[in-house]
Design a protein around this ligand. Structure first.
Ligand code: 5GP
Ligand code: ZN
Length: 137
């Protein structure tokens, strides 16, 4: 736990997040600045800076990646997802606690060009979206 790390503080519950999944090694929550509807981050509970130095980092988030991908397919009707992890400021990393973006993709905005073209409506009603993702079946 690093007191000055945003994601350590989210994992510890010191900063609120809209959590959609967790296990003993990792946590997944809605990204506050989503590119597409239902954009989530999967982060290991322990502080690791990025995914370039330890294969363990990826093992710790692996179950979360598949669980969140399944969730957004089933609950939001995503037709696919992009898994993306930025490592290093030059790659666009802004939070230096390893995380993998799970970005749901929809039929009306396909392909890599659709990924970088943010959906301006994706950040609307995050609370309603969260309730939908976490409602018991
Ligand atoms: P990076 O650029 O480091 O790969 O991604 C960091 C991500 O964290 C961004 O997509 C950004 O929207 C998200 N983010 C930044 N601050 C917060 C926060 O306080 N809560 C949540 N849920 N996401 C955040
Ligand atoms: Zn951290």
């Amino acid at each position: 736990m690093s007191d000055d790390c945003l994601f350590c503080r989210i994992v510890a519950g010191q900063i609120p997040s809209r959590q959609v999944w967790s296990d003993d090694q990792a946590v997944a929550f809605l990204d506050i600045g989503p590119w597409q509807r239902g954009h989530c981050l999967v982060v290991p509970r322990r502080h690791l800076v990025d995914g370039t130095s330890q294969a363990d980092a990826w093992r710790e988030v692996a179950d979360g990646l598949t669980a969140v991908a399944r969730l957004v397919r089933q609950r939001l009707g995503a037709a696919g997802v992009n898994f993306l992890s930025n490592a290093g400021a030059v790659a666009g990393q802004e939070v230096f606690h390893f995380h993998v973006h799970v970005i749901p993709r929809y039929e009306d905005n396909p392909g890599m060009s659709g990924l970088v073209r943010r959906d301006p409506t994706a950040a609307q009603d995050l609370d309603g979206l969260w309730a939908h993702l976490t409602a018991l079946e």
